[in-house]
Write a protein that binds this ligand. Sequence first.
Ligand code: TYM
Length: 326
Amino acid sequence: MKNSILSGIQPTGELHIGNYLGSLKNFVELQDEFDCYFCIVDLHSLTEEFEPGAAKRKQILDIAATFLAAGLDPAKSTLFIQSHVSAHAELAWIFNTITPMGELERMTQYKDKSSRQQANINAGLFDYPVLMAADILLYKPTHVPVGHDQIQHLELTNTIVRKFNHKFGQTFNEVKIYAQKPLRIMSLSEPERKMSKSEPGSFINMFDEPEEIHKKLAKAVTATDAPAGQMPKGVANLFELLTHFGSPADHERLMKEYQGGTIKYSELKQVLGDAIANYFAPMRVKRAELEKNPDQIIKIFTAGAKKAQIVAQATLAEVKQKIGLI
Ligand code: TYM
């Protein structure tokens, strides 16, 4: 049987290049080889502050258009919106009943987010990883493509797998992260932390205009302390980005200059900025084109939800039967 893949992205604003490299880029590459399910996790996004109504709808549509513009193909992958498949919320409730509070209290993302949004530490924020486990396990995937920051959530998913199987009989298999070395793209402003939407100055968005990209890179920190013989973290991050977006020839030349002590960071930033802008230019055009016809986007994702529902309902029925719900 073909290995299968599930992953999700929150609609909380434009995706940054860390999101792209850690997840979406892999999704596009995986869809030829695997049976893929990719969802926009709108229910997860409600755990953060947001503007309701038209602004939230726009965030969801923007990510849907971004999926398509990046090359996800509804003929190859099942693309859907989480809230269109109610089994996600139902299975999350069932998993809630076997997930120890202590496991959720340990989650670093919960600790981080609750310290940042102290006025809104809602139960959903605490429960977030359980809903994520339900998203994943409904489709019984073998692998989950995510960035480094999601490893702890996948470990919790596997704890839930073991607890469920132990209590109700073999139903789920443990999942693996898809990546030899899960990516952690670092912040431009504080290179010891990850690039994150919630830290202004830390990120470049996929669809930033070229001038904006250059402006953000100009402020990127390069002069951090590093142990003798080691590259400063900020510089290492710029070189890592150049590996993904630039040409091998530019990377080699600039690395030689770095090693020879002749590098000008302004030139590294100029080359990298151009490379990022060029890389995303065709996607930027494609997304603008797609957004002219939101009904078509909604149609694609509604059709995807119908396909996802069949698989999700089958798993939910199996779960209910194992538990003894009638
Ligand atoms: P979200 O929307 O916050 O992030 C989407 C993806 O981007 C990755 N990512 C990064 N990768 C590398 N470097 C970074 N600096 C960086 N920042 C973010 C994240 O690891 C993620 O892969 N909890 C998930 C959403 C989710 C999900 C799921 C994922 C809900 N249910 C089921 C997989 C399967 C999240 O953080 O999304």
